[in-house]
Ligand binder design. Structure first.
Ligand code: FAD
Ligand code: SIN
Length: 536
């Protein structure tokens, strides 16, 4: 198969990019691949909303920029922060035109929420299901574009480069070029080759590397792992954001329900098992301090008390107002016997967001030619060492737009050239057999999640990182051997990708000899004067 533009991922980044390219190039084909159903994305689960300066009487670009820089703890790229904050407003207006609804006051102004680290109320939201609403609007708009083909259940295994023509590619090879992808079509169970002139990777996050995560099962870091295998640049992987308040449910691990930070923005108070509102002991911004600080404080309280959770207190809220803003959370809590007007909500930190990823420039270009990346899989320089709440949806739209402008220009320049990679062979299955025992995969996944949660979580130290690396090494060797002799499956590819991502997280964490933002190492509690990005 050949397509002019290939998009991997149907979350906010992939869909925004595809829509724009399809509009600008109506005679060209745009193909979107997604590994399960089109709406099963991190995007769908976004609750709190999207940050944007909408009320220029109270708020300003300067304040949003400053808040983002403070949260990023010295590591944000200021130019990128300015781009995202300033261009973000136009992108929000655009998605509203495409049909997304955000809550409004009776006078027609947007209802603006507040979250940790924001000095002003600036979060547009659709009740507590903002991502679902945005995903709906985007998918509806996609459905109206005749030149877009959206293919579900197509698992991308690897990107195709000169490596597949037999050339030796190393980290120092210049001009590595992307020709398209090998994709496992789950309808036919065959690996197919798709050639593309431009490829956009919008494959989302990697929360599944940890035992408890707010991310759905699709978030296994496939895009980052593929680019690393193709010798592209990966940046700042040590900065994994743990959301302070995932709902704690006995026995539920893997995809934890989120209690949005907007609940604390509206006045929710964190309490420990003694009933104490402990955040004032950790930060003067109390419950609305940036996420790294709140998650570490909760982690500390849990360790002191020997418990697996703390509590979020919403009993003082007007029940009517709570239900109006957070109907989904209200219903979820009620379904497990928690009436938020009478009971405390048990909450625990869970892996939530990857601040690092595939290194991109200000137009979403990766270090590999013809390959762009946007959304959570990319590292644009916006988040630095810690992402400010609700800046992710904004970043995804801004960089999907920037990548669209750049890639369409590039495409028009060379549209009459033949597809690269025409000589690339079909996927080889020689010497591979159907897996005999899935336990070889499922047990390794469990081990991986456990070691990452126990050794590479909110608080780290050198010995834990060292142990994690040794165990990862063993998992890597075993899994590569299995991969060489087994017919590919999503489970095997995801395990392989998660091991690569875990390796990148641990390696980057080992390189950072300081504590900054989301990376806290008790052996290096201070900050180094030299600020640096870790690039692998
Ligand atoms: P995703 O939306 O995750 O989409 C990834 C896509 O890639 C999927 O279609 C998937 O199938 C596809 N894919 C992945 N690997 C492959 C493969 N191998 N082959 C084929 N397809 C593949 N951010 C905010 O700004 N505000 C919020 O309020 C907010 N709330 C959040 C709440 C939760 C519970 C979570 C989990 C995240 C939240 N975030 C929030 C973060 C934000 O939702 C995500 O960072 C963002 O939606 C990521 O969008 P994306 O387009 O990059 O990827
Ligand atoms: C939340 O709603 O608390 C999540 C917001 C985010 O991750 O940006």
């Amino acid at each position: 198969m050949q397509t002019d533009f290939l998009v991997i991922g149907s979350g906010i980044a992939g869909l925004t990019y595809a829509l724009k390219v399809a509009e600008a190039c109506p005679d060209q084909t745009v193909t979107i691949l997604t590994k399960t159903q089109s709406d099963e994305t991190n995007t769908k689960y976004a609750q709190g909303g999207i940050a944007g300066v909408m009320d220029f009487d109270k708020d300003s670009f300067a304040k949003h920029i400053e808040d983002t820089l403070i949260a990023g703890d010295g590591l944000c790229n200021k130019k990128i922060v300015e781009i995202v904050v300033k261009e973000g407003v136009e992108r929000i207006e655009e998605i509203i035109e495409w049909g997304a609804n955000f809550d409004k006051e009776s006078d027609g102004d947007f209802k603006l929420g507040k979250e940790g680290g924001h000095s002003e109320s600036r979060i547009l939201h659709h009740k507590d299901v903002t991502g679902k609403e945005m995903e709906r609007a985007l998918l509806e708009a996609i459905g109206q574009k005749p030149n877009i083909k959206l293919l579900n259940h197509c698992f991308v295994v690897d990107i195709i480069t000169q490596h597949h023509l037999g050339y030796l590619i190393t980290k120092s090879t210049v001009d590595v070029e992307c020709y398209g992808v090998y994709v496992l079509n789950l309808g036919t169970n065959k690996v197919e080759k798709i050639l593309a002139k431009i490829t956009m990777l919008a494959s989302g996050g990697n929360g599944q590397v940890y035992r408890s995560t707010t991310n759905p099962a699709i978030a296994t870091g496939d895009g980052v792992a593929m680019v690393y295998r193709a010798k592209g640049r990966i940046e700042n992987m040590e900065f994994i954001q743990f959301h302070p308040t995932a709902l704690y449910e006995t026995g539920i691990r893997g995809h934890n329900f989120l209690i949005t930070e907007a609940v604390r923005g509206d006045g929710g108070i964190l309490r420990n098992h003694a009933g104490e509102a402990f955040m004032e002991r950790y930060d003067e911004r109390k419950d609305l301090a940036p996420r790294d600080i709140v998650a570490r404080a909760i982690d500390n309280e849990m360790k002191i008390a020997g418990t697996e959770h703390v509590f979020l207190d919403c009993r003082h809220f007007s029940k009517e107002k709570f239900v109006e803003h957070f109907p989904n959370i209200y219903e979820k809590c009620l379904s497990i016997g928690i009436d938020i007007s009478k009971n405390l909500i048990p909450v625990t930190p869970a892996a939530h967001y990857s601040c690092g990823g595939i290194k991109t420039d200000e137009y979403g270009r990766t270090s590999i030619k013809n390959l762009y990346a946007a959304g959570e899989c990319a590292s644009t320089g916006l988040h630095g060492a810690n992402r400010l709440a609700s800046n992710s949806l904004l970043e995804a739209m801004v960089f999907a737009h920037r990548a669209y402008t750049d890639s369409v220009k590039d495409f028009n320049f060379r549209k009459n050239e033949p597809f690269g990679g025409n000589l690339v062979g079909d996927w080889k299955t020689d010497g591979t057999n159907a897996p005999k025992e899935m336990i070889l995969i499922t047990q390794s996944v469990k081990e991986l999640k456990l070691l990452m949660s126990d050794y590479v979580g909110i608080v780290r130290n050198n010995e834990r990182l060292n142990r994690a690396m040794k165990r990862l090494d063993l998992l890597y060797v075993e899994t590569e051997a299995l991969y060489q002799k087994t017919v590919v499956s999503p489970q095997l590819c995801e395990l392989r990708n998660m091991i690569t991502v875990a390796y990148l997280i641990v390696k980057s964490a080992e390189f950072r000899h300081e504590s900054r933002g989301l990376h806290f190492n008790t052996d290096y509690p201070g900050k180094l004067p030299m600020i640096q990005n870790i690039i692998l």
